[in-house]
Design a protein around this ligand. Structure first.
Ligand code: OGA
Ligand code: MN
Length: 238
């Protein structure tokens, strides 16, 4: 081979700053036995409860989950929610108007949350023998004017959704912002037994088959995360 010396003709560029490809770990929430005892007692005695899990989950995790749902919302990744499953599935805007996105547990905040939900699943199984095999979870957004009329999350005997959990992600939610969760008596479906403000860190827990509930009209965009602990093994339809 002949020719002059090899010259590297590539222009010299200063390297771009490289973003780290990992996310900071989020501290794992604590799930002590006596707290699980309280959840089990609430579900047994009245079939529902609301509690504040802000300290347990930590502000960082709640903020990270809120960041995810606001991003999904802005990028229009949230889909109009339906009612029923499979062939019965329909979108009835007179019943519910929220938009949803299923969680896969693949981001750091979701994985941390899934560990927490898994601890609750095991804790409830150990105390109430519910045979909960898995859970599914979705984010939900309600725009101003949106609601979800009085309903039950699952029909008795299907062994599907057994325990419902809702975690709210909104900072500084005021009563005038609407969007309250209204819970009805399991023995008298006309009697309101509780109202839950969808404030960040508030969690509602109830028996899916026996607790009628409704989401009042939101006056401000409302972010939440709903989870169902199930007895069956059916995969989530995506
Ligand atoms: C639901 C539901 C309640 C809420 O998604 O089934 O009832 O407060 N959500 O968001
Ligand atoms: Mn519901």
């Amino acid at each position: 081979m002949s020719g002059g010396p090899l010259v590297d003709a590539r222009p010299t560029v200063s390297p771009l700053p490289v973003e780290p490809l990992f996310q900071e770990p989020v501290p794992a929430p604590l799930v002590p036995d006596d707290w699980l005892d309280q959840l089990a007692a609430g579900l047994t005695h009245t079939g529902w409860m609301s509690l504040d899990v802000r300290e347990r989950l930590g502000d960082e995790l709640i903020a990270a989950l809120r960041q995810e749902v606001t991003t999904l919302h802005l990028t229009e990744a949230m889909k109009a929610a339906g009612i029923g499953r499979g062939a019965d599935h329909m979108r009835d805007r007179s019943v519910r108007r929220d938009r949803i996105a299923w969680l896969q547990g693949l981001t750091v905040p979701q994985a941390t949350l899934f560990d927490f939900l898994e601890d609750i699943r095991n804790g409830l199984n150990a105390r109430l023998f519910l045979g909960l095999r898995r859970f599914e979870a979705h984010y939900a957004t309600y725009e101003p004017g949106d609601f979800y009329r009085k309903h039950i999350d699952s029909f008795a005997g299907r062994a599907s959704r057994v325990v419902s959990l809702v975690l709210y992600l909104n900072e500084d939610w005021a009563a005038e912002d609407g969007g309250m969760l209204q819970v009805f008596n399991r023995d008298n479906h006309d009697e309101i037994v509780g109202r839950v403000l969808p404030e960040a860190g508030r969690m509602a827990l109830f028996m899916s088959e026996e607790t009628p509930h409704e989401v009042m009209i939101a006056q401000r965009t409302r972010y939440s995360l709903a989870c169902w602990f199930r007895q069956d093994e059916v995969p989530i339809p995506l």
